[in-house]
Design a protein around this ligand. Structure first.
Ligand code: PEP
Ligand code: MG
Length: 887
């Protein structure tokens, strides 16, 4: 028989940390903490399998579940001496969701469950505190009505605000027991008025309502969105954790809080967290009250005058410090902890590996390796390569003038500039139009995930370092400033008031998530560099990886930046990109539009010196590292003059009439330029183009070798080859030019001629093409386009719909389609090697910078990946992780 329920409590548990798939992260770690003998309120976990059963059976429960839950409640009764639903020995429970991967704030929680008009009196008598009992009951009604009955919590907040105004109270904590009782009466009446049925009084009905709500929350919109953004499969399901309540709201010696064993923003090794006195968990996360610091040091650093936990409750604090150290050692990772102190006694409610910024991840990994807690290889394995992107984005130039209009908490590092928007929908709309925005909210909630995703950065006026905005932004790697209390969002008028300035949607601001500043306008930014912990991890990764990492670059600036990020050569220099400058485009157009070979040669004469000096500079920057230069490839329409002004300009340069040029432009029109006269087809029809480029390459090689003393071995790459004869035709021209340049200069030139594999036919005929090609570089952008028959220029309009409808999991232009396109790559690699053992193999499509695709490249044994400069560090790390996996 399937076991649906696992109990824990009092130093023992049926589950373990390794049971995450079955018990969810929270449940597995509660079990583990129990087994370690830590103070955890006893309880039980209903498995993720029960959730899957629930969905597979029209939202019904497995037959034996009821009996299992009853037995588990008995187990709690045995350990606590309290019984669920029994006013004489009252047991209240919390019900929390817990999926395999943590999904902060995505699903639902109900606290204080089991309270009703009768048990609330028992709770009051039990605690000797009726104010506390009514406070708990009103919280329960609010949460339960919201989560289980679908009544928005705002209706209750309105009632409470009205009551507070009438009574002249400012804070919730100012209300007396009697006043809360009155509020509860109004709450219950509201439930009945809105839903047409009374608030449920039967604890069993309450419990099953909450269990059903947690299971159902797995399919709510925000959970679905979160899963899509984080690639979490729907089939995982969520577990439900039911635990004996412990109360952080039992007066001034009670508290609740969250903490990280190291700073999740910087990685510094110091306990870091926040708590609230006389409060329950949701108060901390909701950001309604500003929390206090846990340690004295953090309090002093934050300049807060509210006492720290260390000062206020030294014994509970010390117990917490001991436990946090123990848990970090046990899990060998930075932990994210939740706790409650009930009348001085500490209870642990959660531990899990803490989410952290990329910067913190690097520091923590490097320090844990030097502490001997983990190995260098584990340190490398722990960094998410994609997260490095956060560190490879600009920061504000320290010399820049800062027009500071507000200040908040440095919730997630990095700087971002954008137009103000006040809603997540507006953020998404703007993003779709290609505009950059900063999402400005009083506070964010899980409904804002899509807007946070669309925004460059997030600014909130309320909430702490662990508020929803802060936690989610850090996870997404977006800059965030939270709790900027001096700013005021005026939702009604759609304005942001900041130090006497009124800002409207569309006005530009900059946020600095590293120090909490909010600045007016755009500010100069600095390019990132690779140093400190980042450099250390890269050094360790380089020791592990087998594949080389090159860059796709054609400008000296990109080539230099890529080298500073550790690129080991250029894998793709797209020569056509060198002709977009104002002074060059006219000559380029002249060349394309000439209708005679003579005309073309005239234009090519002008282009030759420009190309030569470009190449020489690249060779010098790369100082002897391999440089692959691709012959002209573009679909010609990219270069055709479009406006009348452009036509006139080129006509003048060519000394022909505008009309004649217009006719020639029309004659060159193609219905499908991507599959038209491009790639090596240009070199076959107009060999003089390839000859000019080859000459520029070889002359530059001679020049750079003489100048720097480094030998230069250019790799000349022929694009879009489908037939071996195409390659042979072009290669013969290249070889002839090489001979000429050697004869003219008297220098020996070593070079390779190879091809891109970007057409299915090339992959299929790779064994034949390899007879002539000295290297292959997989152009997976075109190979994806031609394998799928999906135009890379037009894919965006429908691929997102495919993704949403689960027809595809990922955009194949972003992450390699391993089953299809990957199969062609694998086959071509094998066939190429069969003909020419040791043929040099690389990839230069966008996939060369995508970690999952890089893993595949390691599997098929490519020699290198090549990617854009900013992705070079990501590729270095991903290549190392791929090498470890393959071992
Ligand atoms: C490719 O097709 O993968 C490639 C690198 O070439 P381009 O993107 O320039 O077509
Ligand atoms: Mg291509």
């Amino acid at each position: 028989m399937t076991k649906w329920v696992y109990t824990f409590g009092d130093g023992a548990a049926e589950g373990r940390a390794g049971d995450k798939n079955l018990l969810g992260g929270k449940g597995a770690n509660l079990a583990e903490m129990c087994s370690l003998g830590l103070p955890v309120p006893p309880g039980f976990t209903i498995t993720t399998e029960a959730c899957n059963w629930y969905y597979a059976n029209g939202r019904a429960y497995p037959e034996t579940l009821k009996a299992d839950v009853t037995a588990a409640l008995d187990h709690i009764a045995k350990l606590t001496g309290r019984r669920f639903g029994d006013p004489a020995r009252l047991l209240l429970v919390s019900v929390r969701s817990g999926a395999r991967a943590s999904m902060p704030g995505m699903m639902d929680t109900v606290l204080n469950l089991g309270l009703n008009d009768e048990t609330v009196e028992a709770l009051a008598a039990d605690a000797g505190d009726s104010r506390f009992a009514y406070d708990s009951y009103r919280r329960f009604i609010t949460m339960y009505s919201d989560v289980v009955m679908g009544l928005d919590h705002e209706v209750f907040e309105e009632i409470l605000e009205d009551q507070k105004a009438q009574l002249g109270h400012e804070l919730d904590t100012d209300l007396t027991a009697e006043e809360w009782q009155e509020v509860i009466g109004l709450y219950k009446a509201k439930v009945e008025e809105e839903l047409g049925r009374p608030f449920p009084q039967d604890p069993q009905e309450q419990l099953w309502g909450a269990i059903g709500a947690v299971f159902s929350s797995w399919m709510n919109n925000r959970a679905i969105t979160y899963r899509r953004l984080h690639d979490i499969p729907e089939s995982w399901g969520t577990a439900v954790n039911v635990q004996a309540m412990v109360f952080g709201n039992m007066g001034e010696t009670s508290a609740t809080g969250v903490a990280f064993t190291r700073n999740p923003s910087t990685g510094e090794k110091a306990l870091y967290g926040e708590f609230l006195v006389n409060a329950q968990g949701e108060d901390v996360v909701a950001g309604i009250r500003t929390p206090q610091n846990i340690t004295e040091r953090a309090r002093i650093d934050a300049g807060s005058d509210k006492p720290s936990l260390q000062k206020l409750m030294p014994e509970a604090f010390q117990a917490f410090v001991d436990i946090s150290e123990r848990l970090e050692k046990h899990y060998r990772d930075m932990q994210d902890l939740e706790f409650t102190i009930e009348r001085g006694k500490l209870w642990m409610l959660q531990t899990r590996s803490g989410k952290r910024t990329a910067k913190a991840a690097l520091k923590i990994a490097v320090e844990m390796a030097s502490e001997g807690l983990i190995t260098e290889e584990e340190a490398v394995a722990r960094i998410d390569p994609a997260s490095l992107d956060q560190l490879l984005h600009p920061t504000i130039d320290p010399k820049a003038e800062r027009n500071v209009i507000g200040m908040g908490l440095p919730a997630s590092p990095g700087a971002a500039t954008g137009e103000i928007v006040f809603s997540s929908d507006a953020a998404e709309e703007a993003r779709a139009q290609g505009r950059k925005v900063i999402l400005v909210r009083v506070e964010t909630s899980p409904e804002d995930i899509h807007g946070m995703h669309a925004a460059e950065g997030i600014l909130t006026t309320r909430g702490g370092m662990t508020s929803h905005a802060a936690v989610v932004a850090r996870g997404m790697g977006k800059p965030c400033v939270s709790g900027a209390g001096s700013l005021r969002v005026d939702i009604r008028n759609g304005t942001l008031l900041a130090m006497g300035v009124t800002l409207k949607p569309g006005d530009v601001i900059t946020i600095d998530g590293s120090n909490g500043q909010v600045l007016k306008g755009a500010v100069p930014m600095l390019q990132p560099e690779l140093s400190g912990d980042f450099a250390k991890i890269m050094e360790w990764a380089d020791k592990i990886r087998r594949m080389k990492v090159r860059t796709n670059a054609e400008t000296p600036a990109d080539a230099r930046m890529a080298r500073s990020f550790g690129a080991e050569g250029i894998g793709l220099c797209r020569t056509e990109h060198m002709f977009f400058d104002d002074d060059r485009i006219v000559a380029m157009r002249e060349m394309i539009l000439a209708d005679t070979e003579e005309g073309r040669r005239g234009a090519l004469e002008k282009l030759l010196p420009m190309q030569r000096s470009d190449f020489a500079e690249l060779f010098e920057i790369m100082a002897g590292l391999p440089v692959t230069i691709r012959l002209l490839d573009p679909p010609l329409h990219e270069f055709l003059p479009k406006t009348e002004e452009e036509i006139a300009e080129v006509a003048a340069a060519m000394n022909v009439a505008d009309d004649k040029l217009r006719q020639r432009t029309e004659a060159l029109h193609e219905f499908n330029p991507m599959l038209g006269h491009r790639g090596c087809r240009l070199a076959v029809t107009y060999p003089e183009i390839a000859e000019m480029q080859a000459r520029a390459i070889f002359e530059a090689a001679v020049e750079a070798a003489q100048k720097t003393g480094n030998p230069v071995v250019p790799e000349v790459m022929v694009p879009l080859v489908g037939l071996k004869k195409e390659l042979d035709f072009v290669k013969a021209r290249i070889d002839a030019v090489a001979d000429e340049v050697m004869a003219e200069s008297g220098a020996q030139i070593d070079y390779l001629v190879g091809t891109m594999i970007e057409l299915p036919r090339a992959a299929i005929r790779a064994h034949v093409i390899a007879e002539s090609a000295e290297f292959f570089s997989f152009g997976t952008n075109d190979l994806t386009q031609t394998t799928f028959g999906i135009s890379r220029d037009d894919a965006a309009s429908f691929l997102e719909s495919y993704r949403q409808k689960n027809v595809i999991e990922q955009d194949p232009f972003v992450s390699l389609d391993i089953d299809g396109v990957g199969e062609l790559v694998r086959m071509a690699a094998e066939k190429g090697r069969a003909t020419r053992a040791g043929i040099k193999l690389g990839i230069c499509g966008e996939h060369g910078g995508d970690p999952a695709s890089i893993r595949f490249c390691e599997e098929v044994g490519l020699d290198y990946v090549s990617c854009s400069p900013f992705r070079v560090p990501i590729a270095r790390l991903a290549a190392a992780q791929a090498a470890v996996r393959k071992r």
